[in-house]
Ligand binder design. Structure first.
Ligand SMILES: [Zn+2]
Length: 106
C-alpha cells in the first residue's frame, strides 16, 4: 500500500460520522446504513488523495474501475473505524476477483 498524505476530512463525514456509526451499530444488517461512506464528497476526496489511482496496485480509477472505498483496518476488526476518515482509502476492488491480488497487503 502506498503511503499518502491524508487530505482534509470531507465536511459531510466530519459532521455525520458519529451519527452514521451509531445508526450502523444499531442496525448492522442495513446496507443503507453500512455504506454511508460512499457519499460522493467522500469518494471524490479519496480519489484526489490517491491521484485517482488504486492505493494497492496504482491502477487508474476511472470508468473501467469506478473504485471501491476501502477500510485500512477492516470493520470486522474494529467497527469504530468504519466511518473514521483516517481509516478510509480507495482501491480498484470494484472488480473483485480480477484485482483480488490488490488486497494482499505486504
Ligand atoms: Zn488495485
Amino acid at each position: 500500500m502506498r503511503n499518502l498524505d491524508k487530505l482534509q476530512e470531507p465536511a459531510v463525514l466530519e459532521e455525520y460520522s458519529a451519527q452514521w456509526l451509531q445508526d450502523y451499530v444499531e442496525n448492522p444488517g442495513s446496507s443503507n446504513k453500512k455504506y454511508k461512506y460512499r457519499h460522493p464528497d467522500i469518494k471524490k476526496q479519496l480519489k484526489d488523495e490517491t491521484g485517482f489511482k488504486c492505493v494497492y496496485c496504482e491502477s487508474k480509477i476511472g470508468h473501467n474501475t469506478p473504485g471501491d472505498i476501502e477500510h485500512k483496518v477492516p470493520s470486522s476488526r474494529d467497527i469504530e473505524l468504519h466511518f473514521f476518515w483516517e481509516n478510509l482509502t480507495i482501491a480498484c476492488t470494484a472488480v473483485r476477483g480480477i484485482f483480488e491480488s490488490c488486497k494482499i497487503i505486504p
